[in-house]
Design a binder for this molecule. Structure first.
Ligand code: ADP
Length: 482
């Protein structure tokens, strides 16, 4: 528990530390070295039932407050998150592995959703609709859906919670969330700050369980949960969608991706290399918008590869708390085995390793940044989400061929391309079947723009003004005899 002494504010985690008997504990470990950080309570179905009932009750009073009152508390929460940046970033690096500088970036990114929705909640406008007959007034109102539930992943342990909690609370909903079992400490810390800001505990509740399937079923089958927001794999998203049919809950699903990163012959190659580094290696490749496969025009392939490999070889790998480290550990042993097997298989069918390709020599929880070339379009590594620091690079010749290859996937989350030709930019941007397109940019996520996918990458949008609508119902009022 030495690390807790390094927190300026150890009480941030007080509520999480309620370890019971061995059988109802969740042990949280550092993915770098497996060292146990602490244990929290494994919530039972009965506890979750009680939490939902309390949330339902709390939501009634919350919805009656004005959007401005709710916004004031959210704004206070935002200020507290920023004020706790050092502590939150330390907790994140320890339980999730990402380098401290990236963890700080996520704290700010996560806080930005709270700031955005503290303001956006005041703009939940309805419409006044000109009636087709005299003597009537037609209006629409936006009202909170009620109790919203969320299931969040480990790769962005703060931002994936604030991106859902902030619009839910701003809209007037109660919010019950199950964070990933690997990274609940960030969730408890950020929730503690919400309580200090004055947001009632019953209104914004966390539950944690080893038995994710049990929680998922409980959320989906509960008549008082009117909305479910999930970020995670397409596999689990499909399970939740099928389960939620029993209550016809509103759903937001942010699922897997298979992002292409394209470099056209006319691209600024140095800019493309910089964008590729940012897009591919953030969080050691463990984001759903990470570039998953690279397509480079034949005439610039060798130049791009040599400049890219030069940068990749400089990446410092290791303990995210050490100065200058840019690539931390993968989340667990299963992830390491999976990424290693994908590289091995890619090589078996013809790919060449230019750098990396294996684990770090001493720190076995880290996978070395890897570049693969001579990757054929049929290579399985191009058709699965890698979720690791591996960049497979292919060659392409024509724009039409390229668009077909990019769209040849069941996923449609993020995509990226580099070109300076306005005709190419428009043609490709409109043809890509993706929810998000980065054009001459490798990092595109921001609280002010809609984040989300098409096809099997999910439903709904988070952030932006659309993000608020996900937690509101439209009610139509038809007033007659006027
Ligand atoms: P990842 O591969 O990114 O961990 P998952 O979809 O497996 O993605 O996990 C994302 C979140 O979904 C985690 O909080 C996990 O506990 C939860 N989860 C996993 N399986 C289920 C399930 N059957 N029902 C509900 N939630 C689940």
């Amino acid at each position: 528990m030495k690390w807790i002494e390094n927190l300026r504010d150890p009480s941030l985690l007080n509520r999480a530390f309620t370890p019971g008997s061995q059988s109802d504990e969740i042990v949280i470990s550092n993915p770098l070295d497996g060292q146990q950080l602490c244990a929290i309570t494994d919530d039972s179905a009965a506890t979750i039932e009680r939490v939902i009932a309390e949330a339902k009750q709390a939501q009634v009073a919350w919805a009656k407050q004005s959007a401005k009152q709710r916004g004031t508390l959210l704004r206070r929460w935002f200020d507290l998150i920023l004020g706790a940046e050092d502590d939150l970033a330390l907790i994140m690096t320890l339980e999730q592995g990402k380098p401290l500088a990236e963890a700080r970036g996520e704290v700010k990114y996560g806080a930005a959703f709270v700031e955005w929705f503290s303001e956006e909640g005041k703009r939940a406008y309805g419409d006044v609709i000109p009636a087709p007959v005299n003597g009537r007034q037609l209006l629409t109102l936006k009202q909170p859906v009620g109790v919203a539930a969320a299931i969040t992943p480990w790769n962005f342990p703060i931002a994936m919670i604030t991106r859902k909690a902030a619009p839910a609370l701003a809209a007037g909903c109660a919010f019950v969330c199950k964070p990933a079992v690997n990274t609940p400490l960030c969730a408890y810390a950020v929730a503690e700050l919400a309580y200090r800001a004055g947001i009632p505990r019953e209104l914004f509740a966390l539950v944690c369980s080893h038995d994710a399937a049990m929680v998922g079923e409980q959320f989906c089958h509960h008549p008082d949960i009117r909305k479910l927001s999930f970020t995670g794999s397409s596999r689990v998203g499909k399970i939740l969608m099928a389960q939620s049919a029993s209550q016809l809950q509103r759903l937001s699903l942010e699922l897997g991706g298979n992002a292409p990163f394209v470099v056209f012959a006319d691209a600024d190659i140095d800019a493309a290399v910089k964008g590729a580094m940012e897009s591919k290696f953030r969080n050691a490749g463990q984001t759903c918008v990470c570039a998953n496969r690279f397509y480079v025009a034949r005439t610039v392939h060798d130049e791009f590869v040599s400049k890219f490999v030069a940068e990749v070889s400089k990446l410092k790998v290791g303990n995210g708390l050490d100065a200058g480290v840019e690539i931390g550990p993968l989340i667990d042993e299963a992830a390491l085995i999976k990424v290693g097997a994908m590289v091995e298989q890619a090589v078996t069918v013809g790919a060449q390793i230019v750098c990396g390709g294996k684990r770090h020599g001493e720190i076995k929880s880290c996978f070395m940044p890897t570049v693969l070339v001579d990757v054929d379009h049929s290579n399985p590594i191009l058709h699965e989400e890698i979720f690791g620091p591996v960049a497979p690079i292919c060659v392409f010749d024509t724009v039409d061929e390229l668009i077909a290859i990019c769209n040849d996937t069941p996923y449609g989350l993020a995509s990226y391309f580099y070109s300076r030709d306005v005709g190419t930019i428009w043609q490709v941007a409109t043809a890509l079947e993706y929810g998000m397109v980065g054009i001459n940019e490798g990092i595109i996520s921001t609280e002010v723009a809609p984040f989300g996918g098409v096809k099997q990458s999910g439903l709904g949008r988070e952030g932006s003004h659309q993000g608020l609508d996900e937690y509101m119902e439209i009610k139509y009022l038809c007033m007659g005899s006027l």
